[in-house]
Design a protein around this ligand. Structure first.
Ligand SMILES: NC(=O)C1=CN([C@@H]2O[C@H](COP(=O)(O)OP(=O)(O)OC[C@H]3O[C@@H](n4cnc5c(N)ncnc54)[C@H](O)[C@@H]3O)[C@@H](O)[C@H]2O)C=CC1
Ligand SMILES: O=C(O)C(=O)[C@H](O)COP(=O)(O)O
Length: 388
């Protein structure tokens, strides 16, 4: 068995037991790399297209990501190739990023997060978690998810109602065309309606916000306080826009040690399911070390989140990278060499917690390593295909 895998995927031990693993640069991967490959494992930077896979022996493609906008599922269907991805694998990492951004914004605006309103656009794995954490803090969540509302799974406000909140955070998939398109969901008109008292956070996909229109909006000086983790045109981004945002990062909101490992493990689980083999046992929960910090107000809550990950450091590294001769390569290098960052549940919390923060702090440290909270891989089997 030959497995071709993106060089930025950790924890491929299970696949290594299955056969020979060749590591490749996900951005420059070509069909020639797949001439004798049975399995292809990618991350979000590899466009998975008919041109890449046609006339190769690949029978199973796995993407260790939540987003799948880089994958042409119809092409995989036509080619009879199974596809797996990892919904929810890094949802907690993104939610911690968003909570930190919201607390930074509250400090900047000089008003508490508790009691404010937050528009959460997209209430799936990430947005649903963000909403649950915010409700635990007595934040009024204006959740907007028309597809889930149509399925009777949530109640949804309109997009314009959600955009009127004190802060707005985006968690939709990138859908490039058709009735459900989310490309430029925040276009010139919607961006015009946001003001300098508000906060805008985008951690889903760059093109969900029209970046040119956003830059023009921010250039007027009265636009929202903006946090961008994702950019139109990655790995190249608009340097003027980076200058204008309050905090920028190189598409790393989901880059936790746990999220990346879980993404790889979920693909192996999907492979076992596809092959009709028993699922691997969930890894034993390691003894957790203690994180001793009091959380008696929102500034201490911010300090707690920063024990795990400091958003301003992502921002400083990204701004420095723009001075390099090849900023696109520098963006990718920041991602490849991202310092190990743990999700908070890696630790066991000890310390005084204000009664108003107890519900949230307990959710932040809840383990999802086993049981019903453990995310399940998605497996797409093309009609009539079989693994053997
Ligand atoms: N920056 C990063 O490192 C990461 C980014 N992501 C991105 O975040 C996105 C969201 O992640 P999840 O919550 O896990 O996905 P999900 O698929 O669980 O949830 C997405 C939700 O958006 C809803 N939705 C679709 N169109 C909508 C619209 N027009 N308005 C409002 N809601 C709409 C869907 O009904 C769904 O409930 C992913 O598709 C991915 O692109 C995910 C992980 C890491
Ligand atoms: O899971 C997703 O969706 C993401 O956006 C990934 O966390 C991004 O990481 P890479 O796949 O680009 O390494």
């Amino acid at each position: 068995m030959h497995i071709v895998a993106d060089e930025n995927m950790p924890a491929l031990d299970d696949f290594e037991r299955l056969g020979r693993v060749t590591r490749v640069d996900g951005r420059s991967l070509t069909r020639a790399d797949l001439r004798d490959a049975d399995i292809l494992l990618v991350r979000s930077v590899t466009p998975v297209t008919e041109a890449l896979l046609a006339d190769t022996p690949v029978r199973f493609v796995g993407s260790a990501t939540i987003g799948t906008d880089h994958v042409d599922l119809d092409a995989l269907d036509r080619l009879g190739i199974a596809f797996a991805c990892a919904p929810g694998c890094n949802a907690r990492a993104v939610a911690e990023y968003v909570l930190q951004a919201l607390l930074m914004a509250s400090q900047h605006h000089g008003r508490p997060l508790r009691g404010s309103t937050v528009g959460v656009i997209g209430l799936g794995n990430v947005g649903g978690l963000v909403a649950a954490w915010l409700r635990a803090l007595d934040v009024k969540v204006l959740g907007c998810d028309p597809p889930l509302a149509r399925a009777g799974r949530v109640t949804s406000v309109s997009l314009d109602e959600a955009l009127a909140a004190d802060a707005v955070t985006l968690h939709v998939p990138l859908i490039k065309g058709g009735d459900e398109a989310t490309r430029h969901l925040l276009d010139k008109t919607r961006l015009r309606a946001l003001n300098h008292e508000q906060t805008l956070i985008n951690t889903c996909r760059g093109p969900v916000v029209d970046n040119q229109a956003l830059s023009r909006r921010l250039a007027r000086g009265d636009g929202p306080l903006t946090f961008l983790d994702v950019w139109e045109g990655e790995p190249l981004l608009n340097p003027a826009l980076l200058e204008q945002v309050f905090n920028g990062s190189p598409h790393v909101a989901g880059y936790s040690v746990e999220g990346k490992r879980l993404g790889s493990a979920m693909l192996y689980e999907a492979w076992c399911r596809w092959m009709g083999e028993p699922a691997p046992a969930a890894p034993a929960v390691a003894e957790r070390r203690t994180l001793a910090l009091d959380v008696e107000d929102e500034s201490q809550l911010l300090a707690l989140l920063r024990y795990a990950h400091r958003l301003p450091e992502d921002d400083q590294r990204l701004r420095r990278s723009l001075r390099e001769s090849d900023p696109g390569a520098a963006f990718d290098r920041l991602r490849k060499q991202y310092p190990p960052r743990h999700e908070l549940h890696h630790w066991r919390h000890q310390g005084k917690v204000a009664p108003s923060l107890r519900a949230l702090v307990s959710l932040l440290f809840e383990s999802n390593a086993s049981g019903s909270a453990r995310p399940v891989p998605a497996l797409h089997r093309p009609a009539g295909s079989s693994p053997r």
